[in-house]
Design a binder for this molecule. Structure first.
Ligand SMILES: Nc1ncnc2c1ncn2[C@@H]1O[C@H](COP(=O)(O)OP(=O)(O)O)[C@@H](O)[C@H]1O
Ligand code: SF4
Ligand SMILES: [Mg+2]
Length: 339
C-alpha cells in the first residue's frame, strides 16, 4: 500500500480536433500515459515548457478537462475518473484549483466575499452563518482585511487578487490544491509573498499541492519532488534534491541551466545550455524519443524507439536511452553540475 494521497496512473487525455485532409477524425494527445504520485502533505511540482500538457493534466486530475480521459486518478486509493453525482461533488470539495490569472478567473461583477464563498454555495449545504464565519476566517488566513470583503476584484492588486483566489480554493477545506502557474503572472517580489503564503497554508491546513509551473526557479524552494514534462510525457521524476543536483534527462539539464543561480560561484561556472530548434508537431510526433529534434547528444537509435521512463535508483525515474544504471547525465558531469 503506498502512502500517496494523489496518484495518476497511465493518465492520458486527448482532444478531438477538426480533421485535416479527408475528414478523418483526428486527435491531439496532450497527456500521454503519465504516472506520478504525491504523498499527503507534500508538494509535487510539474514543470515543462508551454504546450507540454501541464494544464491538461491538472484539469484532468480536477475532473475539469474537456478532452477524453483514460487511465486512473486515485484520491486516497479511489479512482475519481468515473465518479458522477454526489460522489463527484464530494471529490470537488476535496480537490481545488488555483489558476494563473486572477484577473480573468474572478467574476468582475461579484463582491469578493461572494467569490470566496461560491464553492461553499455550490458544493456544500452548510448553514448561512457557518458560511459567513468560514469566509471571515479565510480572509484573515490569506492576509486580507475584513472590510475588503465588500469590494470588487478590480479594486485589488494582482497579488491581492491571487489571495482571493487562494481563499476561494480553500473554502471547502480541500485536501489537495492544484496551483496552475499560480504565481506566473506576478512580479518577483509579489511572487515571493504568495509562495510564502502557500507554504504557510500548506502547514496550517495540512494541504497536499500539485504545483505547476514552466519555471524551475519558482518550484525549487516550493516542492518535495518534481515531474518534468515534455510533449505530453513525463521525461524525469525525482525528489527535489536529486533533480536539482543530478539532472539526468538532457531536457531537464537545459531547463535548469536557464535558472539564474543565487550562488555567485555557481553562476560563474554556469554553462547555459540552449535548447535548439522547435518542439515537434503534436499531430506528427516522432516515433522514437520526442526530444530527438532538439537533443544535443541524440544518437541514431533515439530516432527508432521511444525511451521508457525507468527507475535509476533513488527513486529517480528518467526516460532517456543514454542514461544507464549508474545514473549519469549523458551531457557529462560538468553540464549536470548545473548553473
Ligand atoms: N481544449 C483543447 N482542445 C484542443 N487542444 C488543446 C486543448 N487544450 C490544450 N490543447 C493542446 O494540448 C497541448 C497541451 O496544452 P496545455 O495542457 O495547455 O500545456 P501547458 O499547460 O503545459 O502549456 C497543446 O498542444 C495545446 O494546444
Ligand atoms: S533518448 Fe536520445 S534523443 Fe532522447 S533525450 Fe536521450 S539522448 Fe536525447
Ligand atoms: Mg498551462
Amino acid at each position: 500500500m503506498s502512502d500517496a494521497l494523489l496518484e495518476a496512473r497511465n493518465l492520458s487525455v486527448r482532444f478531438p480536433v477538426r480533421a485535416r485532409g479527408w475528414g478523418k477524425k483526428a486527435y491531439l494527445t496532450a497527456v500521454d500515459d503519465v504516472s506520478f504520485t504525491v504523498k499527503k502533505g507534500q508538494t509535487l511540482a510539474i514543470v515543462g515548457e508551454s504546450g507540454s500538457g501541464k494544464t491538461t493534466a491538472a484539469l484532468a486530475i480536477a475532473r475539469l478537462v474537456a478532452g477524453e480521459t483514460t487511465g486512473e486518478v486515485l484520491l486516497d486509493g479511489r479512482d475519481i475518473v468515473p465518479l458522477t453525482g454526489e460522489q463527484l461533488k464530494d471529490m470537488r470539495r476535496r480537490v481545488q484549483v488555483i489558476f494563473q490569472d486572477p484577473y480573468s478567473s474572478l467574476n468582475p461583477r461579484a463582491r469578493v466575499e461572494d467569490i470566496v464563498r461560491e464553492p461553499l454555495d455550490n458544493l456544500t449545504d452548510k448553514p448561512e452563518a457557518e458560511k459567513r464565519q468560514i469566509v471571515d476566517q479565510l480572509f484573515e488566513a490569506v492576509g486580507l482585511r475584513p472590510e475588503q470583503k465588500r469590494l470588487f476584484p478590480h479594486q485589488f492588486s494582482g497579488g491581492q487578487r491571487q489571495r482571493i483566489g487562494i481563499a476561494r480554493a480553500l473554502s471547502t477545506r480541500p485536501e489537495v490544491i492544484i496551483c496552475d502557474e499560480a504565481v506566473s503572472a506576478l512580479d518577483v517580489a509579489v511572487q515571493a509573498q504568495i509562495l510564502n503564503l502557500l507554504r504557510r497554508l500548506q502547514k496550517d491546513f495540512g494541504l497536499t499541492y500539485l504545483f505547476i509551473s514552466h519555471d524551475l526557479g519558482v518550484v525549487q524552494h516550493m516542492c518535495d519532488s518534481v515531474a518534468v514534462m515534455y510533449m505530453g510525457k513525463v521525461v524525469e521524476h525525482a525528489d527535489r534534491m536529486d533533480l536539482f543536483n543530478n539532472p539526468l534527462h538532457p531536457y531537464t539539464t537545459a531547463l535548469l541551466s536557464a535558472v539564474p543561480s543565487v550562488d555567485p560561484t555557481l553562476r560563474e561556472n554556469a554553462r547555459r545550455i540552449l535548447i535548439p530548434g522547435d518542439p515537434p508537431d503534436p499531430f506528427n510526433l516522432p516515433k522514437g524519443c520526442r526530444f530527438v529534434s532538439r537533443c544535443p547528444v541524440a544518437q541514431a537509435g533515439c530516432h527508432d524507439a521511444a525511451p521508457p521512463l525507468e527507475d535509476k535508483g533513488g527513486p529517480h525515474r528518467v526516460a532517456c536511452h543514454l542514461v544507464g544504471a549508474e545514473a549519469q547525465s549523458p551531457l557529462g558531469v560538468d553540464a549536470a553540475a548545473r548553473a
